[in-house]
Design a protein around this ligand. Sequence first.
Ligand SMILES: [Zn+2]
Length: 400
Amino acid sequence: MWAELLPVGRSSASGGYRRYAWSGADADCRTWFQEQAGARGLAHEVDRNGNQWAWLGDPAAGNAVVTGSHLDSVPDGGAFDGPLGVVSAFAALDELRGRGARFTRPLGIVNFGDEEGARFGLACVGSRLTAGALTVEQAHRLTDGDGITLPRAMELAGYDPDTLGADPERLARIGAFVELHVEQGRALDLSGDRIGIASAIWPHGRWRFDFRGEANHAGTTRLADRHDPMLSYAETVLAARREAELAGAVATFGKIGVEPNGVNAIPSLVRGWLDSRAADQASLDTVVTGIEQAARAYAAAHGVDLDIVRESFTPVVEFDHALRDELARILGTRTELKVPVLGTGAGHDAGILSDRIPTAMLFVRNPTGVSHSPAEYAAEDDCLAGVNALADVLEGLACT
Ligand SMILES: [Zn+2]
């Protein structure tokens, strides 16, 4: 399976993947998924939001156990983010059939559409629509860089956009969703474990800091006479690092806009975007409040005005505690491996669906922690340990 997927949507220039929603590469991934379903005698269907499902047993029976992930990628993404969860799902089913397991619940394997949001700028579109977390009107307004709307892109790919919308009946048939994913950090590498169970997705947000000073000549304006917003911005970047370290969180200024943006001009405006995430709301509040207070003090010291705007915020996502404990119990009895429980700073379809159905995640070690890059990696032994762990979980949940 891995060898078949590897060339799909891979850029020869970067070595990274460009599998954007409703593109040719996406279609090739979807064909591959359908073939894998067919080869295993699974019933294949595409739901009203373009998510792909493969079923063993009749989902109408209810209380289904579903596993899977996504096959799309960020621009020049790695091979593992998404596909590892789908490949492992099919491989876990093969493993269970090899064990002679008998299923007592329907088993579904899913490929959620447009998880990365690389084309339309919003992540997890397929699962958001299904969960009713994205309205049809909002979905219709999504437009890519070439001016093509989401409905038009779906139409061009041969799908019917008129069916988009919340799908509560489908979700009502699912008793548990378990997503396996490559880890996007180094927690497992540092603890020396192959597999982990997710506890929660960290709350995270984006804040825009506008430092307004006074443009002037870089050669003739005395230092004492300047109102230079770059100075207070620079001090704020350092404060963000300090506050994040103190709270065991992360804080990043990764995007900046400068006006007039001239080499020989003192800036009139420096606009910086802060991305901050922490294990819990209280820690995140502490970090962001600390950064804001520091920024205001620095701005005042330099005679610079400051506006801070929160542009987006996602609260903590706690995965279902009962399902998480059940995964830990199953893996505790079936594998020799120690399986730590860890949080993550990255969003996933399982997080979107956690509002509606019990969801859980398994992480597979990523030795460098690098993700959303061609350098993303998981060793074959660790991937196989992931398949076995997923098979153990599915057997524990869905088999006699
Ligand atoms: Zn992913």
